[in-house]
Design a protein around this ligand. Sequence first.
Ligand code: GRF
Length: 210
Amino acid sequence: MRAAVLISGSGTNLQAFIDRTQAGELDLDLCLVLSNKPDAAGLERARNAGIEVECVEHRDYPAREDFDAALVATLDRYHPDLVILAGFMRILTPVFIDHFAGAILNIHPSLLPKYPGLDTHQRALDAGDKWHGSTVHFVTEELDGGPPVIQGRVPVKAGDTATTLAARVLTVEHRIYPEAAALYAAGRLEYRDGHAWLDDQILDKPLQYT
Ligand code: GRF
């Protein structure tokens, strides 16, 4: 199965995918890493791993739909079966989402449905949450609202800042995201009729990783 990974930044989740595939633990052909930022550090990770890279700069496209059409045109040249959003910091429109319907995964740094959107770590701290974490979900038109697949929880510790909490969340992301992709690659996980399905059963609640 061919997978394209979309990034905007450091790409530690991308690195987790690279490491797991190189170790033979994840049966995915990482056919492309695409960034909307030419200086994204994750592009270097991809080059070091010998993966094709592309950059489509959102600033070149005043309208979101035009940017999304350019993303689709670039991705289509690589024929991905799965699109993995890994710290891709652009909101996608139906132009993109409908094209890859049911074949887009995202990771969001909160225990969805809590804290869609930005600043999730600070919001968890401000709310006094005891637990925080991250969620892998299928992408639908609702921002951070598609059916969740797997969640990883981490404790919020005394003295945590958004930075220390983000680092703890990242370590769990690096476990759960390749795991979700492995289920998809094995044909066990799919998106159908607005639901995530695992082994032909609707996933009522996400798998939990602790
Ligand atoms: C992760 O926390 C992810 O949940 C969010 O963006 C961050 C990406 O980190 N969507 P990295 O670029 O993979 O290091």
